[in-house]
Every structure is written in C-alpha cells, then in structure tokens.
Design a protein around this ligand. Sequence first.
Ligand code: CS2
Length: 490
Amino acid sequence: MQRLNKSNLDKLADTASLPGYDRDAQKAGIVHLGIGAFHRAHQAWYTEALLNKGAQDWQIIGASLRSPTVKNQLAEQDGLYTIVERGPEGEKFQVVGAVKDVLVGPESPATLLEVMSSPDIKIISLTVTEKGYCHDPATGNLNQSHPDIVHDLENPETPKSAIGYIVGALNARRQAGEKSFTVLSCDNLPNNGEVLEKVVLQYADKFDAELAAWIRANTTFPCTMIDRIVPATTDADRGELEGKLGLRDEGMVLAEPFSQWVIEDKFCSQRPAWEDAGALLVDDVHVYEIMKLRLLNGSHSLLAYAGYLAGFDYVSEVMREPVLAELCQVFMDREVGQTVEVPAGFDMEEYKVQLRERFANPGLKHRTWQIAMDGSQKIPQRWLQTLAAQLEGDGNIEYLCLALAAWIRYVSAVDERGQPIDVQDPLADDLKALVEANRGDAAATVAAVLGVKAVFPEAIANSEKVQTTTADWLARISEQGVLAAVKAAL
Ligand code: CS2
C-alpha cells in the first residue's frame, strides 16, 4: 500500500480536507520539542488553520528528544499526516501540512541546536510531559541530580533534556546578537510557563550567570492551558484509516472534536494570530489552567486508576459503568468543583456535564493504562492542590482520598485478579517497594507512600484526616475490590 505523501495527496480530495496553501513557499517559525500525537492534534492543528487562512512562515519543525519514531512516520510522508476527528456523530478527516520537518535530538544534537538558534524561529514550544521538566513536582525546583541535567551541564553542546536545548539555543542567540525566542510550554502543569522559566533560569544560573541575566531580560515564557483528548494511536487505527483513505498513513492521530487553547499573551517576539483559529489570548491563564487540570485531568486520573482496577481498558467503558460515572459526578460536584474559581462568563455546570460527555465519547479508545502513567508526576496538580484547598476550607475529601487509595493500590503493580500491572512511572520501583514493605497494613502503607517528599507536601502528608480516610479506603478496596467499595459508599 502506498504511503501518504505530497505526490498522492490529491487522491484524498473527496475524503479529507487538505492543506489549502503552498507548503513549499512557507518557512518555519516554530520549533516544537516533543512532537507526539498531542502536538499534532492540537497546536499544529491551530497553526494549520492559520496557514489555511493565508498566514506566512509559521510552519513547524518538530523535534523528538528521544526516539526516531515520529520522524520515521513522517519523513516518507513529506511531513503530512491525518487528524481523524471522532465524535458521537461520526468522523472527519483532515490532512495537515503544518509540519515542515522532524528532527531527532539524539541523532544530531548540533543540528537541532542550530535550527533552534536560527533567527527565523520565533517560538520554541514544548510538549515533553510532566517529567520532561526535570523538576521536583512538590517544589518546582530544578532537580539538579537528574541524570540528563548533570549530563547537559557537563556537555552543553550535546544536550539531552529540553532545558539543555533551550538554554543552549538561547546562548547561541545571545552570542550572535540575535533576538530571543518565546518559550511556550504546552504541558499539563499549572503555571506551566512559570515552571519552565524557573527551571530554565536555575539551569542557566549554573551554566553561565550572565546568560541567565540576559534570559531574564529578553525571554518570555507564557503560560497556556491546552485541552484536547488525544489517545495514543494504535496499529488497528492505522489499518482502519488505510481502508478508508486507500493510502497508508503512519503518522495519523485520533482526536475528539472538542479543543481548547488559552494562551497568556506575553511573547517577546512575533507570534501567529492563533486567536483567528479559535485560541483565547488572555492576560491571565491561571483560572483556566486550574479549572482544567483539577476537573478534567483530576477526574481522568481518578477514572483511570479506579477503572483499571475494576477491569476496564478504556475511559468510555468506565463511564458506562453507572457506579463509576456517578463517582465522577460526585467527585466533580462535591469536592473538586468547590476549589476552582470560575472564569468570567463561564458556565461551570455546563462544563462539568460536557467533560463527562467527552469522557464517554465511544469513538475514542482512550486507555485507562495510558492515563495512569506517571502518576507521581501528575498527582500534585491533579489532586493534591485540590486536597490542600479542601483541607483548608474544611471541605469534603472523601473521594480525593479514594483516588489516592486507588493509585496506591495501582502502584502495588498487581491488579484485582492477581495479574501484574505494567506501572509506568519514574518512581515505580520505589512506590512498589513501599507498598510491599507494608503489605497487609493499610495505615502503614498510606503513611509510607505519603512520606514520598517529591510528591506530597507536608500539609497533606501529615494530615491525620487524609491518612485515616485514605487508609480506610485502601483497606476497603483491597478487601472488596474498588467497584463494590465505591458502590457501598455512594
Ligand atoms: C490525560 C490527558 O493522559 C492523561 O493524563 O489526562 O492527556 C488528557 O487527555 C488531556 O490533558 C486532555 O486535554
């Protein structure tokens, strides 16, 4: 079967929408670090809409900092790929041309640094996941003993981390007397721009204090709230699309119809008019970020751990189990929703209903296992900030503690049928060892896990209410299974 590429693109004119501009006449204005499925279905999709409206020189050079997978998928396709948008009403295909090229950091760090240093590039954006920030999630400080950070400080010309690349390229700009680029974090972290700025500056301070001062004076790090559900693409998805397009697309991504991007309007160099593609450019992203992280991602993680343990592979299946669907609603209404400020003119009730409909989208096969990944990096912003706010206001914490107990049960790495769980988490081994060392004693297990300082702030770790409520849940879900325990409590 032929691969999708620019010479056969026209064959798709009846099935898909196609790039409506001359791709060869475009220069790249953005380098994106971490060109996974999410970037292709989100930021690249917004940028594509602008290119289709006539915007010039905003194509994207994507970079992978680890594996050559995406390059292998897209190089033979001239950077083209399809977004399959799937909602309850059916599906739509769009071929996107915004990606000009894909580079792989480890194949040639010098090439990536050189491209990032070119004055044509106005924005370096990132989706490198929570752990890509090499920070300590509980404090936000750069983890100076992170192996990649240690490596990059010693070998600044061949970096491994996003931080090493960004500081290396900023250094080159400064030395060449060029303007800085804007550094745009698009990861699911609260204050993502500020988190990034802090680790970049802490790293730069160690590397060269004058460079750090230059970055402070010349570079901006806007915060963003990004939202679109984009499950990992599977071989089955690729096979199905091939049947529909008559061409093989290795780089396809699947996404829900909903999409939202709120961006702090703080760019030190030019930016695309993303507002013309539906993004919201605002002075303060904070309320949007908190609302999305706590309500969407917080509920997602709860559904992922509880759902996985109860035997469900996909979030849409979890939402079809009435007990867990009700749990999701109660979690939003009685706990999380109480801690979020509502952006002006926003209908919170409608937002919560819409979130549950999005989770239930039967067209998306979003694995509970995928969302369960990297819990130690996700939990602080998804649950713990909510928990801290509820503790302060003496609010309900029942289901936040259930969420914690389900996560602790999950990282034990054995499911409710005695099968092993492939726990993907930078702290997986430590967590498993803590649970094993205290096996059979829920209170001791909870105390040991809450003692992990990289994840849990003291106010939560030392709260007796959190300790006892979580231990109580852990004992119940270990004895009865999560579904029966939740059913009995609701
Ligand atoms: C999910 C997110 O994988 C996860 O942890 O919660 O990727 C989620 O689908 C997106 O943030 C939605 O915008």
